[in-house]
Design a protein around this ligand. Structure first.
Ligand SMILES: [Zn+2]
Length: 264
């Protein structure tokens, strides 16, 4: 059976407030079977849970983005621990390191990232990791990570790729690989077939031919097509394989599929 999973989407973002139901219907019509709804703040995590609750085809994550790491506290940790115990929450995240924007001090980022990796391992759920311009620290911290994880919208250098390979991380590719200025073909072809995922990171990073527009889950097909082309595989094979990988990483809930509007 055909399956296509958007492994990372900020469906709770206000950008989707006007037409979220229509966005999901377009995704379903485009062949997307499942969308992982990301929580990058406590608020967004709560929203992800309420979107995914009782809805086949949607799963949630709960975490604190590195931009927000200055707000890390024992209270936040306790709240995330509670969220991670819920059946619709399939992963911790997004967490990680972002030294491009440095919205939070780097010490705070490392502390929140390390603590969240611990929460994920404790819950027995994978971590969704954001990495930007922090290759040395990211590679070192991945080396110490215990549980399963995915490097989302992968765009790091060889050092992080190698560190991810050593711990059998999953690599999720976004619309960035369709951009004209994308030059890193090595990770696209070197990533083992059972470690590949595709994502939109919507509403950000719309792939060509929608670059500059609001991104949405239906566009994940453009990412799958681009990745299949570079790897010399059929799009069908790549979609099936990345859906299987998402199931292995995030659990059986990922095998549930979006239903047509009006069914629930
Ligand atoms: Zn994201």
């Amino acid at each position: 059976m055909a399956a296509l999973v958007d492994a990372h989407c900020h469906l709770g973002d206000a950008a989707f407030d006007p037409d979220r139901a229509a966005v999901l219907e377009r995704a379903r019509a485009a062949g997307v079977t499942h969308v992982v709804v990301i929580g990058a703040t406590l608020e967004e995590s709560d929203r992800a849970v309420s979107l995914a609750r009782g809805r086949p085809g949607l799963s949630a994550t709960a975490g604190l983005h590195p931009h927000e790491a200055r707000g890390w506290s024992v209270e936040v940790a306790a709240r995330l621990r509670d969220l991670l115990a819920l059946p619709e929450v399939v992963a911790l995240g997004e967490t990680g390191l972002d030294y491009h924007y440095d919205h939070s001090p780097r010490d705070d980022q490392r502390r929140a990232f390390e603590a969240q990796l611990g929460l994920a391992a404790e819950a027995g759920k994978p971590a969704v990791v954001h990495a930007r311009e922090a290759d040395d620290d990211m590679a070192a911290m991945l080396g110490a990570a215990g549980g399963a994880l995915v490097l989302h919208s992968f765009s790091s250098g060889a050092k992080v790729f190698a560190a991810g390979m050593r711990i059998a991380a999953y690599f999720s590719f976004s619309g960035m690989i369709t951009f004209k200025n994308w030059t890193m073909h090595e990770p696209l072809t070197a990533c083992p077939p059972d470690r590949l995922l595709v994502e939109t990171d919507a509403p950000y990073l719309a792939p060509v031919p929608h670059r500059g527009q609001r991104n949405e889950p239906a566009f994940v097909r453009h990412v799958a097509e681009a990745l299949a082309r570079v790897r010399g595989e059929s799009t069908e094979t790549l979609e099936r394989r990345t859906a299987d990988n998402a199931c292995r990483l995030f659990g059986a809930r990922l095998a549930t599929a979006l239903e047509p509007l009006g069914d629930s």
